[in-house]
Write a protein that binds this ligand. Structure first.
Ligand code: ATP
Ligand code: MG
Length: 353
C-alpha cells in the first residue's frame, strides 16, 4: 500500500503482454507462420482480488496464464509481481518470486504423478524448498485439512484411488503448500459434476478468506467465474475486449462479444437478466489466430461493425468505475426497465461481407 496516495499497489501487473508462436511453414522457402495467441494484454490484479478470465475456446486464456508463469516468457511486454519484473529477473530470483504464484490445472489426474501418494504429492514443493521433515508433515496435514482432505484417511492413497473432486482438492493443497499469494486456476472445475463444482467453488471462496489469496480464475463458463470474481475480463482472439466489476459486466455488457457470450450462458440466473440473455446468440467461428482480422478482431462476427472497425483498432476505454470495453460502437447501458420489458437485445450473425 502506498501510504501517501492511498492507492493499492497491484500484486500482479500485466503490461502489454504479447505471446506469438512461430510454426514451421508447410512448404519449403516460405515464411514461418505466426500464431497471435495473446496480443498486447494489460491488466492489474490487487492483493486479495479475484479476476475472472472468460472467452471461447482458443481465445488465449491458458496461453496468457502460462505466459504470466513465464512458461514461456512473453514475446513482448512485461509482467510485474509485487512490483518486480518476472521478465527481467534472473533465474534464481524468478524462481523465488514464482513460489508465490501457483498454477492449478484443469485435469488433476494429468498434473499429479499417478505413482505418488497424496501426502508425498503435497510434500514435494516443501522438500524442494528445503523444509525439514517435522515441519513438512505438519504443513501437509494443515493444507490437506484446509481443502477438506483427511490426512489419516487419504494421505497414503494415490490419485487414481480418489474421485475427480478429491483429486482436484489435493492439487489445490499442493499449490497452497508454500503459502502463495496468487493462484492461477485454469478451468479447475470443468468436467466435474455440477454438485462437485459447487463444492469446489465454495472451497475457493473459503480459501481466499482464510489465506488472503488472489485469483486469476479462468473458465469458458461465465456462471462459474461470476460466483467468485470481483472483476471479469473477457478475451477474444488474444485480446481483452472488456474488463470491469463483475456486476457491471454481467448486467451492462458494453462489448457486443460479451453480450453474445452472456446470451450463450445457460440460465444460471433467474428473472429479468436471464430473460434478456436468452435472445442473444453468438454465431460463426473464431477467426484463425494465424491471421487475425485488421482493426477490431471481433468485427467479422459483429452486427454493429462499420468501415471504421476494419481500419482502426478500438482502444480499451474505461469509465469512472473501471469498466472498460474496446469497441467503437459499444452497447448503451440497458435501463433496468428495458430489461424488464423483454426487448430484443442483440443478435450476432456470422461473417459479414
Ligand atoms: N505452443 C503453441 N504453439 C502454437 N500455437 C499454440 C501453442 N499454444 C497455444 N497455441 C494456440 O494459441 C491459441 C490460444 O490457445 P489457448 O490454449 O491459450 O486457448 P484457451 O483460451 O485456453 O482455450 P481453451 O478454452 O480451449 O482452453 C490457440 O489457437 C492455440 O492453438
Ligand atoms: Mg485453456
Amino acid at each position: 500500500m502506498q501510504a501517501d496516495t492511498g492507492v493499492i499497489d497491484p500484486l500482479l501487473d500485466v503490461r502489454a503482454v504479447t505471446q506469438l508462436f512461430r510454426l514451421p511453414s508447410p512448404l519449403p522457402f516460405r515464411k514461418p507462420r505466426v500464431v497471435h495467441a495473446v496480443s498486447a494484454v494489460s491488466f492489474a490484479l490487487a492483493p486479495g482480488e479475484c479476476l475472472g478470465l472468460v472467452g471461447e475456446t482458443g481465445c488465449g486464456k491458458s496461453t496468457l496464464a502460462r505466459t504470466i508463469m513465464q512458461v514461456p516468457p512473453p514475446t513482448a511486454g512485461d509482467i510485474l509481481f509485487k512490483g518486480e519484473s518476472l521478465v527481467t529477473a534472473g533465474p534464481d530470483r524468478r524462481r523465488f518470486l514464482r513460489r508465490e504464484m501457483q498454477y492449478v490445472f484443469q485435469d488433476p489426474f494429468a498434473s499429479l504423478d499417478p505413482t505418488w501418494r497424496v501426502a508425498d504429492l503435497v510434500a514435494e514443493p516443501l522438500r524442494i524448498a528445503g523444509w525439514d521433515r517435522p515441519k513438512i508433515a505438519a504443513r501437509v496435514e494443515e493444507v490437506l485439512r484446509a481443502v477438506g482432505i483427511d490426512m489419516a484417511r487419504y494421505g497414503a492413497r494415490r490419485p487414481r484411488e480418489l474421485s475427480g473432486g478429491q483429486c482436484q482438492r489435493v492439487a489445490v493443497a499442493r499449490a497452497l503448500a508454500l503459502s502463495p499469494r496468487l493462484l492461477i486456476c485454469d478451468e479447475v472445475v470443468s468436467g466435474l459434476d455440477v454438485s462437485i463444482q459447487a463444492q469446489l467453488l465454495n472451497l475457493f471462496v473459503q480459501l481466499r478468506r482464510t489465506f488472503g489469496l488472489s485469483y486469476l480464475f479462468i473458465s469458458h463458463d461465465l456462471g462459474v467465474v461470476r460466483h467468485l470474481s470481483d472483476r471479469v475480463a473477457v478475451m477474444y482472439l488474444g485480446k481483452i475486449v472488456e474488463i470491469g466489476p463483475s456486476d457491471s459486466v454481467y448486467h451492462q455488457p458494453r462489448h457486443p462479444y460479451t453480450a453474445a457470450l452472456l446470451g450463450a450462458v445457460p440460465s444460471i440466473s433467474r428473472g429479468k437478466e436471464a430473460r434478456r440473455r436468452t435472445r442473444i446468440q453468438l454465431a460463426g467461428e473464431l477467426p484463425s489466430p494465424l491471421a487475425p482480422p485488421s482493426g477490431c478482431r471481433f468485427r467479422t462476427r459483429c452486427p454493429r461493425a462499420e468501415a471504421r472497425c476494419a481500419a482502426e483498432e478500438p482502444p480499451l476505454l474505461a469509465d469512472a468505475d473501471g469498466h472498460a470495453a474496446a469497441c467503437h460502437f459499444p452497447l448503451a447501458e440497458v435501463p433496468s426497465s428495458t430489461a424488464a420489458r423483454n426487448e430484443p437485445a442483440l443478435s450476432l450473425s456470422p461473417t459479414r461481407p
